[in-house]
Ligand binder design. Sequence first.
Ligand SMILES: Cc1ncc(COP(=O)(O)O)c(C=O)c1O
Length: 373
Amino acid sequence: MYESEFALDEDLVYLNHAAVAPWPRCTADAVRAFADENATFGARRYTDWMATEADLKRQLQRLINARSDAEIALLKNTSEALSVVAYGLDWQAGDNVVITNQEFPSNRLVWESLAKFRVETRHADLAQGDTAESAIIARMNDRTRLVAVSSVQYATGLQLDLTTLGAACRERGVLFCVDAIQSLGALTLDVQACQADFVMADAHKWLLGPEGIALFYCRHAAMDLLDLKQYGWHMIEDALNFDAATWEIAGSARRFECGSPNMTGVHALHASLGLIERVGIPGIQERILDNSRFLFDFFNNLTGSYRLVTPQAAGRYGGIVTFRPLRQSAASLYERLQRKNVICALRGGGIRFSPHFYTSREKLAHALALLPP
Ligand SMILES: Cc1ncc(COP(=O)(O)O)c(C=O)c1O
């Protein structure tokens, strides 16, 4: 029913939202209109563009239930936002960061790079302990300054219980950083309920936006903990007063945006979030989880041929379903799917399907019918 919001080629089965999503029609229209306007009038309506940018921040504020839009910055990507946190904090030799053994490289390398300041990165093995959260909490000690996790793991599709982790961090005075790129736009995220200090997510996956524009949420109380490493006109309190001899850093998260915004990305993501808000995250989440359960049922009926990598317990999965074929290599099955126009990914030693809320049952069934029994 929502398929008509997208202009995808009829022959494609697009199961790759955990990589790069297609744009909805409204987003493509917004970018076309923005291009026409630039070509015809230049930046004559720049104040309107700034209003769209401000509105985008309010959309993002609502999406994550931030207390204020002053806690939202627009950065280039998730990796940049992680670097703003990692290189903003005042580390002491002997401090440590706890991450998991399933993180995408962006949420691992940046922490490991702090070894030059004698900061240790401790990897929690999520298979150890009664729950993934207890495995993470067990890796914390009195030198832990920050815990950084993905809300949903990119390869296994495991969803973490952010509320439990956030409470454990707050209790110990540890900062809590959430890479939400694999859940934002698909699942509810409440930064107040999970007590996150920092949340980042690029637009090009579940948010159905373009690459190169990302949410960075910084809890108001954590803002001054981050020393700034980039400076420019846009990040000061009185940004439009170019003649002022003195200046002070913006009190809001705009302090993390040193120069001109990505206005094309702003217009595109604003349109994508307009669609997400019209459908509503509760409905989107329900449809996404339902898709995952439909896929689980298929593989559970073929246990001799496939093994599910993604956990199936309620609350433990999101929109990613990864499976390993047992009778042929994942790579050869992946090649076959590509040839048949099923767009998916090779991840975690298996094949990753990541349909979105609008993906129809017919499309999913079509992809599954291509898998040998
Ligand atoms: C969990 C996770 N974090 C970060 C990234 C990279 O994000 P970006 O390109 O926005 O830095 C990805 C991309 O796949 C990811 O899956």
